[in-house]
Design a protein around this ligand. Structure first.
Ligand SMILES: Cc1ncc(COP(=O)(O)O)c(C=O)c1O
Length: 554
């Protein structure tokens, strides 16, 4: 009896030890698959972000944050004053309406404050008054309230693939298509069937669901993956954006813990190891835009405290990575979701899936697919898209949405898909990559020839600005670009999004203005960095400031 109990106890202990060792191994494996630094350690990043105290530069220190000599201070001071006068003269109405709305529209306050590193933000806002209120668009131009025209590099967050005129026409067509039925919801307009047929062809998948935004499409794809696999966790890659839903934004920006999300390193063997062995992973989300900067967040100028921003696309390497990722997911029953909300229809007719040669289980689309109206779409394999289980009628996966499949949106989408199937589209897509790569190369050659610091890197029509010399003031370039009539989104020089409506002449004008802005930026001392200083030195300097402010020594 005693011996039996002893044997049972020993066996139990052995099992517990083995379980503990296995869990230890799993945890170690998971920790190896995290990208180094805060981008890979999202909880830590949130904790660190919470510790950063507010401090800002006054008018004296604003120009001296990197201990420049007095001639550089003088150049910066007079350049800033000149720019300030130009902004006041040129943008009074646009700036006034933006300022009026700032208090009651928190999004304006937020994007206004985070255009530049927070230490510089208030003075920039006060001295370079502008805004993002637009009166008109035509061709590749935007016009503000003061009648100034800008080349549109905002790209409407990526929606604008074809030029705004094309979307105006598609929306008008959408209204015409839906006119007779009107905004009847719940039941479907017949045009939906046509959209579904074409989306199945484009995605190569069996079924389609319609939603109201890219964020919702991603939510639905992940929910279905969890439902059908019975597994809890999603995997996203470090730095990747998939909308603002909490589960796909586990770190800074989301006040709620995302406990069922693993943030793993992109293009990493250790990640494949985790995917091959864990049993709790329902799906992996891929945002192919990350090919430009794997394991780094979307480049925004608010984080531009040095010149360490990197970008560049190795198409072959990223394609090879995605192929291995797909194989690993398939072998372990993990649903592979390619989030084409941004890249869909932009890189190639069939989006990043075509461009990088990947066949996922599910794809999400949005942005341009709505023909200028709000939309999110999920395409997936039939068995993953089902909302029910044949043998368990009460076990359902609920997803509705009042405005899903809105007739006017479906009509505008139909117009977009007509364009997509047209000869005009075939011409637009032909040689797209070569054309935009050549444009980037020609601009870089000009910048280099003049010894200017900025460069551009691109994935087709999506561009980012890099800086070749360490400087703490690169974010100032966006204000020179605006002065030259180039409109940027709130992430500043981090993203220029071109539409295909930019022909050679329009691009040449943009390039001239870009070079002119980079020259003025250089002339006014913003590209200057302390002799011999590296980006790391600049970051250390910022850390010292943060520490001093935290200790109340600032
Ligand atoms: C890859 C990706 N997924 C999802 C989203 C979210 O889409 P939406 O802003 O329409 O909710 C975005 C938006 O930028 C995106 O780029």
């Amino acid at each position: 009896m005693k011996l039996g109990r002893w044997m049972l106890g020993t066996a139990g202990l052995a099992l517990a030890v083995r379980g503990g060792v296995r869990r230890g191994h799993e945890r170690l494996r998971l920790s190896r698959a995290k990208q180094r630094g805060l981008v890979g350690h999202v909880r830590m990043a949130k904790r660190v972000a919470g510790l950063v105290p507010f401090y800002e530069f006054d008018e004296h220190d604003f120009f001296r944050a990197d201990d420049p000599p007095e001639d550089v201070v003088a150049a910066r001071t007079s350049g800033f004053a000149r720019l300030s006068q130009l902004y006041r003269e040129r943008f009074p109405k646009t700036a006034a309406l933006t300022a009026e709305m700032r208090e009651s529209v928190p999004d304006i306050a937020f994007t206004g404050a985070y255009r530049v590193p927070f230490q510089f933000s208030r003075l920039v806002r006060e001295q370079l008054p502008s805004g993002s209120v637009w009166q008109r668009s035509q061709g590749v131009m935007l016009t503000d309230l003061d009648g100034n025209s800008f080349y549109d590099l905002t790209g409407s967050y990526g929606v604008n693939l074809l030029g705004t005129d094309a979307y105006k026409a598609m929306i008008a067509r959408g209204v015409e298509t839906a006119q007779e039925l009107g905004p009847v919801l719940g039941g479907l307009h017949p045009v939906v069937a046509d959209n579904v047929r074409r989306l199945k062809e484009i995605s190569g998948l069996d079924a389609v669901s319609f939603h109201m935004s890219g964020t919702e499409a991603v939510m639905q794809a992940v929910r279905l993956a969890r439902y059908h696999t019975g597994r809890s966790h999603l995997v996203r890659f470090a730095g990747a954006y998939h909308g603002w839903w909490g589960d796909v934004q586990p770190g800074i920006g989301n006040p709620v813990p995302a406990d069922r999300t693993y943030t793993l390193a992109d293009m990493s063997e250790a990640t494949l190891d985790v995917l091959a062995t864990r049993r709790d992973i329902a799906c992996v989300l891929v945002n192919p835009l990350q090919a430009m900067h794997p394991n780094a967040g979307g480049p925004g100028d608010s984080a531009l405290v040095d010149s360490s921003r990197r970008a560049g696309v190795d198409r072959a390497a990223y394609s090879a990575w995605l192929a291995r990722l797909a194989e690993t997911c398939r072998a372990n029953g993990i649903v592979l979701i390619v989030d084409e909300v941004f890249t869909g229809f932009r890189l190639a007719p069939r989006g990043a899936c075509e461009y990088f040669g990947i066949a996922p289980d599910m794809v999400t689309y949005g942005k341009t697919l709505g023909g200028g109206l709000p939309v999110g779409v999920v395409c997936g394999r039939a068995e993953l898209m089902r909302r029910t289980k044949p043998d368990r009628p009460a076990d359902i996966c609920f997803a509705r949405g009042t405005f899903n499949s809105h007739p006017y949106v479906m009509g505008a989408m139909d117009a977009f898909l007509d364009w997509h199937a047209s000869d005009e589209a075939a011409v637009a897509y032909a040689g797209l990559d070569e054309r935009w790569n050549a444009r980037a190369a020609s601009l870089n050659a000009r910048l280099q020839a003049e010894g200017l610091s900025p460069r551009v890197a691109n994935l087709g029509t999506v561009w980012t600005c890099l800086y070749t010399r360490p400087s703490r003031y690169n974010w100032m370039l966006q204000y020179y670009l605006r002065a030259e009539g180039l409109a940027l989104g709130w992430t500043g020089t981090g993203r220029f999004i071109f539409s295909l409506a930019f022909g050679d002449a329009e691009f040449a004008a943009v390039a001239d203005r870009f070079v002119a802005a980079a020259r003025a930026f250089e002339r006014d001392g913003w590209a200057w960095g302390p002799p011999g200083a590296t980006d790391r030195d600049l970051r250390r300097r910022v850390l010292r400031e943060v520490a001093a402010a935290k200790l109340g020594l600032g």
